[in-house]
Design a protein around this ligand. Structure first.
Ligand SMILES: *Cc1c(COP(=O)(O)O)cnc(C)c1O
Length: 381
């Protein structure tokens, strides 16, 4: 029995009767580019996020590049984010012409550490991009307070946190703009690439609407030099069938996370802390163990697709070694890269599968302990 990190087959089997007619609707209308379904999804997702505007684009990476450019940030500017995130966060900053400044995260939340922010701010700093990593909202009050003091924009990378709440408010409403990815494995995923920006800023929204479509809102009239990064009508139609299920899916993720926490609590592995003032939506359930690579090997041998998020911090990626700034070393980023292990989790994982994962982690940890004990015994003789 193989247990995937995310079981998309089950999600799509459950929605079979909704997705097929939605695809047929688009084919019948044949308005494939910026059609009816795109406008409807943008309205529905904006309402869901409790925000004024949603602009659908090609993917989450484009969403972040466009949001940063739309705020007038580019060459010569610096944008602060974390070193332990998906490469897209830093690449999207880089592709605006600005320089990513990478700092460490808080050990308990895996999110941008506001205490590390002030030291990273220079006269060139223009924005901060906190990532709600693994589905847990970053400490936005602290980040926004520092941003306000230094006149910086805050753009949320909410690509892993659709529907999460921070002190009662949805992520997406906590900065100047927020970006989402609808990559298939995200909490809200399309059947291919898709992304969006949400914002309450009318001017930014208008700029983004034109810029994603070659700088035009009226066909063949180009006020801006834009790009082609549009959300497909087909993907929008699929996303519309899934959006009404998102809250119930996130609740299922939270329940599964609680089950993992109960099952793994006595093993001496680090468990993700449940935040007191926000709603974590567990895009990933990452445990921390010193013998992570051995545990991963054991799980994989048993057909369990655990994952590492992320094995190499961005400042040590060959592509970024001389393309980013910030304090060094980054001990939290280094230790996360060595110790974090994401266990299979999605709304459709069964109790039996979760129990198997718990048993296998427990076996792997005990084998590791036995090895350490025999090693110590050997050292004594
Ligand atoms: C998935 C993801 C992205 C990029 O999304 P794509 O749609 O794959 O371009 C950006 N940031 C984070 C944190 C992500 O997890």
């Amino acid at each position: 029995m193989r247990i995937p990190l995310v079981n998309l087959e089950r999600q799509h089997a459950a929605l079979h009767d909704e997705i097929r007619p939605a695809i047929d609707r688009v084919i019948d209308r044949s308005d494939f580019i910026l059609g009816h379904e795109v406008t409807a999804f943008e309205e529905e997702f904006a309402a869901y996020c409790e925000v004024k505007h949603c602009i659908g684009v090609g993917n989450g990476g484009d969403a972040l590049t466009l949001a940063i450019k739309g705020l007038g940030i580019g060459p010569g500017d610096e944008v602060i984010t974390v070193a332990n995130t998906f490469i897209a966060t830093a690449l999207s900053i880089h592709h605006t012409g600005a320089t990513p400044v990478l700092i460490d995260h808080e050990p308990h939340s895996y999110n941008l550490d506001p205490r590390k922010l002030v030291a990273a701010i220079t006269p060139r700093t223009k924005a901060i991009v906190p990532v709600h990593l693994f589905g847990r909202p970053a400490d936005m009050d602290a980040i926004n307070a520092i941003a306000a003091e230094h006149g910086l924009s805050v753009i949320e990378d909410a690509c892993q946190a659709h529907g999460a709440r921070y002190k009662g408010r949805r992520v997406g409403t906590l900065g100047r703009a927020a970006v989402f990815s609808f990559y298939p494995g995200k909490n809200l995923g399309a059947l291919g690439d898709a992304g969006a920006i949400v914002t309450n800023d009318d001017q930014l929204a208008a700029w983004l609407r034109a810029t994603r479509n070659y700088g035009s809102t009226v066909k063949y009239h180009h006020a801006l030099r834009g790009f082609n990064s549009r959300l497909d009508s087909l993907q929008a139609a699929v996303l519309r069938t899934k959006l009404p299920h998102l809250d119930e899916w996130n609740e299922a993720r939270r329940q599964r996370a609680a089950q993992y926490r109960a099952g793994l609590q006595d093993l001496g592995v680090g468990l993700p802390a449940e935040p007191a003032d926000s709603e974590h939506v567990y895009h990933l359930f990452a445990i921390s163990c010193p013998n992570r690579d051995e545990v991963l090997k054991h799980l994989r041998a048993q057909g369990i697709d655990a994952g590492i998020h992320y094995p190499i911090p961005i400042h040590r990626q060959p592509a970024f070694a001389d393309k980013c700034l910030g304090p060094r070393p980054l001990p939290e980023s280094e230790s996360s890269a060595e110790q974090l292990l994401s266990l299979p989790l999605c709304p459709f994982i069964s109790d039996a599968e979760m129990n198997r994962v718990i048993d296998c982690v427990s076996e792997a940890v005990q084998v590791g302990e036995a090895k350490t004990r025999s090693h110590h015994a050997m050292m004594k003789t």
